[in-house]
Write a protein of this length. Structure first.
Length: 328
């Protein structure tokens, strides 16, 4: 009797240890869900999760992809440990087959575990690991003033015939505030799978922001006032840099005259300018695109405020002529 009382807690502890996320390669894949979800044997046999792989890597982010060859899941949960060893968990919609994990550290090995959930319980799991890219030096981040065609040949010799088919247009600044910059660009010819915006923050640390290939507008938040920034936008095809354009701008000084906008002389403005219909036009694992309308009048600018996943307040300044923004 004492022996059975001693063995039972040990088996439960070994099965319910979410922090370590071990990879039991010697266990059959369909035996583990039975210990976690004993009432869903039929469900686990009808839902299969496969092929977790790394589709792109930068010094600060990793993009993962997977497939569901059989059945479907209500949602997914991606778990990993950050560079400080702290566990992280990202909930993912059940219809997604890819996710961009940002905020990573350069040259660090990460192990990712993707769980398929059904009815709030883990049914299946796949894992993979990768090493983030090295932090780029200033020479890599700020290209020299050499001819564009020569640079492309040295970076991707396999794409010598592609530059004529995919060409970036001008990268320009559409709005500037003390803490953000809004960038716009065009494509003169062809198309790109995605974009990558690179710059250095006020502390000199390299930053990289992945952007969807359909976007032509990007707001860069979290900048420092009165600081000069150099932005480099890369067009990617098959995860290789094909073309790039650059620009630079200085953020504005902190504004101290804001109370004047609340003077009595502006009392007639609200009835002449109406803002309506803020809605979500598209959703991705790492971004949301918003749209709105102005049925009457006009505004000088907009401020979009929200709290990030850590509860920190964020604010994006938007030019008054725009009616949409992508929040990265």
């Amino acid at each position: 009797l004492d022996g059975s009382t001693y063995l039972l807690p040990l088996s439960i502890t070994a099965a319910e240890k979410p922090e370590e996320l071990p990879l039991h390669t010697e266990e059959p894949q369909h035996e583990k869900p039975q210990t976690e979800v004993p009432t869903s044997e039929a469900t686990s046999a009808q839902v299969v999760l496969e092929g977790l792989r790394v589709s792109s890597v930068t010094p600060n982010s990793v993009q993962l992809q997977w497939s569901v060859p059989k059945g479907s899941f209500n949602s997914f949960m991606l778990q990993y440990r950050d560079a400080h060893g702290q566990p992280q968990a990202l909930p993912i919609d059940g219809t997604s087959r890819s996710v961009m994990v940002s905020g990573l550290s350069p040259s660090h090995r990460y192990r990712f575990h993707l769980y398929g959930l059904w009815g709030g319980k883990r049914i299946d799991r796949v894992s993979t690991d990768t090493v983030t890219g090295e932090a780029e030096t200033r020479e890599e981040l700020v290209p020299s003033a050499e001819p564009k065609q020569e640079k492309l040949k040295t970076e991707s010799p396999a794409f010598e015939a592609l530059p004529a088919q995919a060409v970036l247009g001008e990268l320009k600044i559409s709005s500037v505030t003390p803490k953000s910059v809004q960038l716009q660009w065009s494509i003169s010819e062809g198309s790109f799978d995605s974009f990558m915006l690179q710059y250095r923050d006020a502390q000199g640390q390299p930053q990289a922001l992945p952007i969807d290939g359909e976007s032509r507008l990007m707001t860069v938040p979290g900048l420092s006032p009165s600081h000069q920034y150099h932005f480099h936008l890369y067009g990617l095809r098959d995860r290789k840099k094909i073309d790039h354009v650059s620009t630079e701008v200085m953020t504005e000084e902190p504004q101290h005259e804001k109370p004047q906008t609340e003077s009595p002389t502006t009392g007639i403005a609200p009835p002449q300018a109406i803002l309506e219909d803020l809605r979500v036009s598209s959703i991705k694992p790492g971004s949301v695109q918003l749209q709105w309308s102005i049925p009457k009048g006009s505004f000088d600018s907009f401020i979009l405020q929200y709290r990030d996943a850590q509860g920190q307040p964020q604010a994006l300044s938007i030019n008054g002529e725009f009616r949409s923004v992508t929040v990265p």
